[in-house]
Design a protein. Structure first.
Length: 154
């Protein structure tokens, strides 16, 4: 018969060992690409055109001509897809750098409503003298500003 203290220690030891095994398995089973949900083949590392993008499997046999094989290869080639993404990223970076040559325009509206207390403004006793409320307002303010800046010399 095992005492209750020993059974609790045994249960804790089992939980720790189980947790260590699970965390070890989760640590060393990650994908090489670092993107969750999609494992991209790495190929041999030297040639970016050696991998392909995984697609949905088609059941059965598919008749394949030489032209179909070339088309499928070009459509699913990982190197071509990644080079297209790099080309789009380079175009975007070029447009960002060219935008610094254009004038920079900023605009900002400001709207406020406020009340003024005459006694706090330094006119204490004036409200009682004229028998008016010490609180005057509300006043609405609207301000719209635009700013244009251009770098002429760098």
């Amino acid at each position: 018969m095992v005492s209750s203290g020993a059974s609790i220690r045994l249960l804790c030891a089992k939980a720790l060992i189980f947790g260590a095994v699970i965390s070890h398995a989760q640590t060393y089973s990650g994908s090489a690409s670092g993107t969750p949900g999609q494992n991209l083949p790495t190929g041999n590392g030297a040639n970016p055109y050696s991998g392909s993008v995984p697609t949905k499997l088609i059941a059965g046999r598919m008749p394949l001509s030489l032209q179909n094989a070339v088309d499928l290869g070009l459509k699913h080639n990982l190197g071509l897809l990644l080079s297209r993404a790099d080309t789009l990223a380079a175009r975007g970076q070029r447009w960002q750098e060219l935008s610094t040559l254009l004038p920079q325009v900023t605009a900002g509206p400001y709207v406020a409503a406020s009340k003024v207390n005459i006694d706090e403004a330094g006119f204490s006793g004036l409200a009682t003298l004229f028998h008016i409320s010490p609180s005057v307002g509300p006043f609405s303010y609207f301000d719209a500003r635009a700013n244009v800046s251009q770098t002429l010399f760098d």
